[in-house]
Ligand binder design. Structure first.
Ligand SMILES: Nc1ncnc2c1ncn2[C@@H]1O[C@H](COP(=O)(O)OP(=O)(O)O)[C@@H](O)[C@H]1O
Ligand SMILES: [Mg+2]
Length: 329
């Protein structure tokens, strides 16, 4: 029986490097993340902060040019780096940890019906034995109904191009639920959709989370979405975890200047992060000291030179800032 008081996913001090023509990118450095059983955690930060790289590291689908250079990723206590590829793909990926990708247009194969594609997932995980075609069709149709796809039976025989963007994303959510995962990782699952469809998909995800009690790591650049859906947040900036904590605390008492800016930006309905001057730095040669210091309105002496550490401030809240160390001049 799984222990529900232990973290389900633990990322500790993770570093990942990617080799590029410009040199080695330290894409992730000192990344920390916790997801407890049944918890919905938002992973938030501007584009280019390393969110997708973290997701790929967790699922072990990093590109060949990337490697984990430090730290550990544990799922239910098992260091994922110790699993061979076969166990990773048969037991973990798409089974215990399901993935909902950003772009529903790219994630489905145009040559096969959506029913065939979901059937293939069941077959891959050895869950298609016993019971004939009729039974697996019924199982997938039931899931389609659950994600509120119209005419679920008929939907099985449709090709991806016959569906709208929102319907394709619902198919991918159904695919994620197919093997009763313990954790769903969703990487900006609504970013490619129009605003109305985004909202409908969020409502659906919230209902499913309540119904199934599944844990979710929800990745987005949009703090508004996190506030709507998540009970805890991890904020990333330029490849590092800068703050993590319970949603209410992060919303009402953010401590890192970057988090503060993200939170301030969010009530604005045009809520792209245009409120923060400057841009996420290149990770080929990131700023020394605190990586946020060139954009920070609370910069003090020491911020350029002394890299801060993530410090526990109590109540499951951790902050990576000189002001929290008490090291400010
Ligand atoms: N395969 C890759 N090759 C080179 N650079 C990459 C690769 N993947 C990601 N990066 C770089 O790593 C940084 C983080 O990217 P990413 O993880 O996609 O961030 P996010 O998902 O937060 O937008 C960016 O600077 C990006 O350009
Ligand atoms: Mg991304």
């Amino acid at each position: 029986m799984a222990d529900d008081t232990a973290p389900m996913l633990e990322v500790d001090d993770l570093s990942v490097r990617i080799g590029t023509l410009d040199g080695q990118l330290e894409v992730l450095q000192q990344v920390h993340l916790r997801v407890m059983p049944g918890q919905v955690v938002g992973l938030v930060g501007e584009s280019g902060c390393g969110k997708s790289t973290l997701v790929r590291a967790v699922l072990r689908i990093l590109p060949d040019s990337a490697r984990q250079t430090g730290g550990a990723i544990r799922f239910r206590g098992t260091d994922l780096a110790t699993l061979d590829e076969r166990r990773m793909s048969r037991e973990i990926r798409a089974r215990r940890i399901a993935f909902i990708p950003q772009d529903p247009y790219l994630a489905l194969n145009p040559l096969f019906t959506v029913g065939q594609q979901l059937m293939e997932i069941l077959r891959w995980h050895g869950q298609a034995q016993g019971g004939g075609r009729r039974q697996w069709r019924a199982r997938i149709a039931a899931l389609f109904a659950r994600v509120r796809l119209p005419e679920p039976e008929a939907m099985l025989d449709r090709f991806p191009h016959q569906l709208s963007g929102g319907q394709r994303q619902r198919v991918l959510i159904a695919a994620a639920l197919l093997c009763d995962p313990e954790l769903i990782v969703a990487d900006e699952p609504t970013t490619a959709l129009d605003v109305t469809t985004q909202q409908q998909i969020l409502v659906l995800l919230r209902e499913l989370v309540e119904e199934l009690g599944v844990a979710v790591l929800f990745v987005t650049h949009d703090f508004g979405v996190v506030a709507e859906l998540c009970s805890a947040v991890t904020v990333m900036y330029a490849g590092q975890t800068v703050e993590a904590g319970p949603m209410t605390e992060i919303l009402h008492a953010p401590q890192h200047p970057y988090t503060r800016r993200l939170v301030e930006c969010h009530p604005d309905r045009m809520r792209e992060l245009r409120g923060i001057p400057g841009a996420v730095p290149s990770l080929v040669n990131p700023p020394g000291g605190c990586r946020f210091h060139p954009r920070c309105d609370r910069r003090v002496a020491g911020c350029e030179t002394r890299p801060p550490q993530l410090v526990d401030v109590g109540g499951d809240h951790a902050v990576n800032c000189i002001h929290v160390h008490g090291g400010a001049a």
